[in-house]
Design a protein around this ligand. Structure first.
Ligand SMILES: [Fe+2]
Length: 306
């Protein structure tokens, strides 16, 4: 199964209009590259603005991708809390987060993208995360990795946490006998970087400390243990704006956080994943500006014996 993975679209018609064009180009490129399924791992909107969700829906509809069997989506912190847009917003941001109704925002997100949650396997009817989708060789499992706001533990509303109830339901899904032979792929917004390894590791340690405190996924160890026990092969995520592949405990992690919102004018890329029972490959693929149909492909790591 060929999967195209993009993330962190950060649609914002006022401040980041270029991101919409880049995302359209990437989605077209995904289809031209033979992708059978599109994964978008959160932060669709830069400022939790519902009109950004509608823009993405319209794009997906145009490409006949607003269908559960064609596209999977998970929610990012910006889809719930937004982000500061101006210098003035930075000061007001904590109180904005404090007054955000987390559960209402998650419900709104689900409602906007309800077509993508149709026919999903969910241990609890009323909870949309975790959800699973079964394909011939592959099982996709989506999580809500966003922590609720906390003045001390989540002061910028950008840290992650997967609730105990989600972990319990995740275990139910991952340990089902009927999914034993499937290639299990987790979709989440937050990254699993080891402590002190961040996207800016070569820059100031002060920045590392800030990023470690404001971008981390709490409870990673428990999740990693569960992934290992249930033979998860691959985790697709975003959050940190870079294109990166790494391994933890033998599990492959792919970050497409830099696919669109990357400070590079007109440059966009996606990860193309080929997932089969005995082999997974992941490579970065970039549509050229001149010919949108021709891919410039940079091979990273090929082949992983399961
Ligand atoms: Fe994020």
């Amino acid at each position: 199964m060929r999967i195209a993975h993009i993330s962190d679209l950060h649609f914002n018609t006022k401040f980041k209009s270029g991101n919409i064009l880049k995302a359209k180009r990437l989605i077209k490129h995904a289809l031209n590259s033979g992708a059978e399924h599109l994964v978008i791992s959160g932060d669709i909107s830069d400022n939790s603005d519902e009109k950004d969700f509608i823009i993405l829906k319209e794009i997906l509809k145009r490409f006949d991708l607003l269908r559960s069997d064609k596209t999977s989506i998970v929610i990012g912190n910006h889809d719930i809390f937004g982000g500061p847009q101006t210098a003035q917003d930075v000061l007001n941001f904590p109180s904005k987060c404090m007054n955000t109704n987390y559960h209402q925002k998650v419900a709104k997100f689900i409602d906007h993208f309800k077509e993508l949650f149709e026919n999903t396997i969910r241990p609890h009817d009323e909870l949309f995360f975790p959800f699973a989708k079964e394909f011939k060789d592959v099982l996709l499992v989506g999580l809500n990795s966003n922590a609720e706001y906390s003045r001390l533990k989540n002061p910028f509303a950008s840290n992650g946490h997967v609730s105990k109830i989600q972990r319990q339901f995740l275990k139910v899904i991952l340990t089902k006998n009927e999914f034993k032979e499937k290639v299990k792929i987790i979709l989440t917004h937050h990254h699993f970087y080891p402590k002190n390894v961040t996207s800016h590791s070569s820059e100031s340690t002060m920045w590392n400390r800030i990023e470690n405190y404001t971008m981390k996924l709490r409870g990673k160890k428990k999740l990693l243990k569960l992934f290992l026990e249930s033979n998860v092969k691959l985790v697709l995520h975003g959050h940190s704006h870079e294109m990166k592949e790494y391994f933890r405990e033998g599990i492959r992690f792919v970050n497409s956080g830099g696919s669109v919102d990357n400070n590079l004018k007109d440059e966009a890329s996606l990860f193309l994943i080929d997932a089969f029972p005995f082999e997974i490959t992941a490579e970065i693929s970039t549509p050229t500006l001149e010919s949108k149909n021709i891919a410039t492909q940079e091979k990273l790591i090929v082949s992983l014996a399961s």
